[in-house]
Design a protein. Structure first.
Length: 124
């Protein structure tokens, strides 16, 4: 009985909720986030997050999506969310950025998406 309780406490927490932010290409954004020079610290003070978001904005060729929130936190979308995000990108102006609201369950840094809706399509 104690072992079962311990396993339940150790399991990854799952949080249901809604997140909003800009859709970006996951591969591009992850590459920029990992590219740290030898003299840079891991602190975000040296980063131009607005540039990273504009550079990696989602387009028609994007297959893996991440939502970057205004505070800098980012969450990957699962396959269901990626399909919904791709539909939003196809229907919007592909040269602009897509601000979306995502609802679902968060596990680690990935959202198991229930729905993705576009809030606005903004000029980069």
């Amino acid at each position: 009985m104690r072992f079962a309780a311990l396993v339940c406490l150790i399991a990854a927490p799952v949080f249901a909720g809604t997140w909003s932010g800009v859709l970006v290409n996951s591969k591009c954004y992850d590459d920029l986030e990992r590219s740290v020079g030898p003299w840079e610290s891991g602190v975000d003070a040296n980063r131009d997050r607005n540039y990273e978001i504009r550079y990696c904005r989602a387009n028609a060729r994007t297959t893996e999506f991440t939502v970057v929130q205004p505070d800098g936190r980012s969450y990957r979308l699962d396959a269901t969310g990626a399909a919904q995000a791709a539909e939003i990108v196809r229907n919007g102006n592909p040269k602009w950025m897509f601000v979306v609201a995502v609802s679902g369950k968060l596990t680690d840094d990935t959202i198991a998406v229930d729905s993705v809706s576009m809030l606005r399509n903004v000029r980069p």
